[in-house]
Design a protein around this ligand. Structure first.
Ligand SMILES: Cc1ncc(COP(=O)(O)O)c(C=O)c1O
Ligand SMILES: N[C@@H](CCOP(=O)(O)O)C(=O)O
Length: 431
């Protein structure tokens, strides 16, 4: 499979080139020249396949010969070694629990896959790589966890000061070794802009081999399609139409689902569920895309005002608003509605939602018609990552998984920087 940049379709790149570069030289996102279709035989076997087997069969179509079959099988087996269950919540409503990985968020799937692809390529080329990652909470720790102690790789995490939860910040800032955390005086969008500017900077590119571990990197994005197949398989047999609600910020998770649908997975529709940072729901209702400065909410990992993957969503639908709205509906919710959903679902079902999953739940409830549809909302992080918010709403104490508990006791180490690019650049050149 070859890739082009969403800003220029004329130049072709291999999977390996796309992964190593992260972002195309013209600042576009890498995108496959065509979306491969899975055949009938695959779908007949789907309910019998394990998650690593699904991952392998899907990934193979995108990776081609850049990674050998045996290595790719090994990678998907190692990466997808934790449960991703569909759990029934109430009539017709299920959740896909994506938080059973090492850092308790869905990012573990993509970050672990990408880290192994990059390590495989780094071994071939023996070049030191600097990974830049902007995070609004969860990507940073998943990437850091995936690359901790990996020789020849340095990870620089940029996160918005004061805008991530306490546990998320501890996860980001206590790893040490080859991981450095930069606390940026700005928003997630400022962090993401610093990273994207670095990719276009000639001095930095002359000195460093930079890549991205955000979902702008195709190796981070692609694995986010695997679990839609697995979830769909877990819902079988059903004669109902399958609908997914995806709590969204940078829209990498939803793009993974849209890819799965275009590969042939019979998903009827998606709901792009957002908090007040609702540029995509607004685009779906008006046809106008107007990025805005992000606003802080209790579902902080979704506080994104200029989502990177919007360009890929447009590519998937060839910018045809009429086509995208057939597949994707938009919804957005206030913090108050999110808190009410956490309280309501707990009181009726004894299920503890995290604020992001709660937004997904609300989106599903807004549109789901249980007569002929079955719905799944993605539970993207463990509620303990947002302990203070959730405990305040429910008035109960939440058990914190051991891994998260461990980082609470460690010393925070971060470097405060402004959102000024020259300061970030000097830091990278001196590093
Ligand atoms: C817990 C959680 N939910 C939802 C999202 C939004 O996902 P995406 O950026 O892929 O839209 C994120 C961050 O990306 C997250 O960390
Ligand atoms: N919500 C994310 C923001 C970055 O998203 P990505 O999927 O594009 O890496 C986070 O938690 O950091």
């Amino acid at each position: 499979m070859k890739y082009f940049s969403t800003n220029n379709k004329d130049i072709r790149y291999s999977f390996k080139e796309a992964v190593i570069k992260g972002l195309a030289p013209d600042n576009g996102l890498f995108f496959p020249v065509s979306i491969p279709k899975l055949d009938d035989e695959f779908f007949q076997r789907l309910t019998e396949l394990s998650l690593p087997e699904i991952g392998y069969e899907v990934a193979k179509l995108f990776v081609g010969d850049d990674i050998s079959d045996s290595d790719l099988k090994k990678i998907t087996k190692e990466v997808l070694n934790f449960p991703i269950p569909v759990v029934p919540i109430e009539d017709g409503v299920n959740t896909l629990e994506l938080f059973h990985g090492p850092t308790c968020a869905f990012k573990d799937v993509g970050a672990r896959f990408m880290s192994r692809c990059l390590s495989a390529f780094a071994k071939q080329d023996q070049e030191e790589v600097t990974i830049l990652v902007a995070t609004s909470g969860d990507t940073g720790s998943a990437v850091a966890n995936g690359f901790l102690g990996v020789e020849g790789v340095k990870v620089i995490i940029l996160y918005p000061a004061g805008k991530v939860s306490k546990i998320q910040e501890q996860q980001l800032t206590t790893m040490g070794q080859n991981i450095t955390a930069l606390e940026v005086d700005g928003t997630f969008d400022d962090c993401q802009a610093l990273v994207k500017t670095a990719f276009g900077d000639a001095d930095l590119n002359a000195e460093l081999s930079l890549t991205s571990a955000n979902s702008i990197n195709i190796a981070r994005l692609l694995p986010q399609s695997f679990y839609y197949f697995y979830a769909w398989a877990q819902l079988q047999p059903t004669d109902k139409k399958v609908v997914f609600s995806v709590p969204s910020g940078n829209y990498g998770n939803l793009t993974g689902g849209l890819l799965a649908k275009q590969m042939g997975l019979p998903i009827d529709s998606f709901i792009a569920s957002a908090n007040i940072n609702k540029v995509v729901p607004d685009y779906l209702s008006s046809g106008k895309y107007e990025p805005k400065a992000s606003v802080q909410t209790i579902s902080n990992a979704m506080d994104v005002g200029a989502p990177s993957n919007f360009a890929r969503m447009m590519e998937l639908y060839q910018e045809k608003h009429f086509d995208i709205i057939k597949d994707v509906k938009g919804a957005w919710f206030s913090d108050k509605e999110t808190q009410e959903a956490i309280a309501d679902v707990y009181s009726r079902n004894k299920y503890i939602l995290d604020p992001h999953g709660a937004v997904g739940y609300l989106g599903l409830k807004r549109y789901l018609n249980t007569e002929d549809e079955v719905g799944v909302f993605l539970e993207t992080a463990h509620p303990a990552k947002f302990k203070d918010t959730v405990e305040k709403v429910l008035n109960i104490e939440i058990r914190v998984p051991d891994y998260l508990q461990e980082c609470l006791g460690k010393e925070k180490k971060s470097i405060l920087i402004s959102k000024d690019f020259s300061e970030f650049k000097s830091f990278l050149l001196l590093k």
